[in-house]
Design a binder for this molecule. Sequence first.
Ligand code: HEM
Length: 235
Amino acid sequence: MQEATVQVGITDYLFWVALPYTVLTIFVLGHIYRYATDPMSWTSKSSELLEKKLLRFGSMPFHYGIILVLLGHFIGLIIPKAVHEAFGLSDHVYHIIAVTGGLFAGFLTLLGLIVLTYRRFAVKRVLANSSAGDIVVLVLLLLVVLAGLTATLSNLGGSFDYRDTIAPWLRGILTLRPDPTLMANVPIIFKLHIFLVMLLLAVWPFTRLVHVLSFPIVFLRRSRVIFRRRCGDMA
Ligand code: HEM
């Protein structure tokens, strides 16, 4: 039996080949440029001194949520479906775990983002110290997370399997074997989510988000914590 061929046009090549590579180039070169020209601006620009309480209520759920979301994305998009199957994970069980875990993590992230956005606009001192970049990052993150959650909610029945389409497309981009046909029949809300992620990645190096890349390095290079017994405890 002959396989049905998927028709792709110039728009598919623009959105799912040219745009991702343009964005990845901006992301890498942008970080290098920023570090080379303005290393002192490489910071998360903490506004903790201006307001603490709302920051804690927003920052904690946002950071825990987004770490879980990205862990879920790694399992679902970077690890191939064949590996899930080799571990005995049926489509049905995978889908239930992905949806429950994804929605929990996604709503935790959204809750944090709502508090952080409210804080940025409602606390005058924070707003006065905000750059255009700070606002753009918050708005884009909100849109990315809202589109992601809508995509998950629109596919509760699991009729669309992104592990056969979006996941191999993403791995193809990262391994320099792009295949836009994989994205051709993806539902529009998933496409919108990924498009918004690309916008976010394009502005990333020019915003406070640069701290995400340096955090693991600082964490690994920080000085050791040395525990010593008090002399009296030696006996
Ligand atoms: C900054 C990066 C990203 C953020 C913050 C983000 C956020 C989210 C959130 C909050 C959800 C809903 C909850 C969940 O299922 O986890 C979601 C779902 C999803 N995202 Fe993303 N995402 C990002 C990048 C990407 C990328 C690069 C892709 C693919 C190329 C992608 C594809 C998906 C898919 C397929 C779903 C549906 C998952 C499901 O229903 O199980 N996301 N995203």
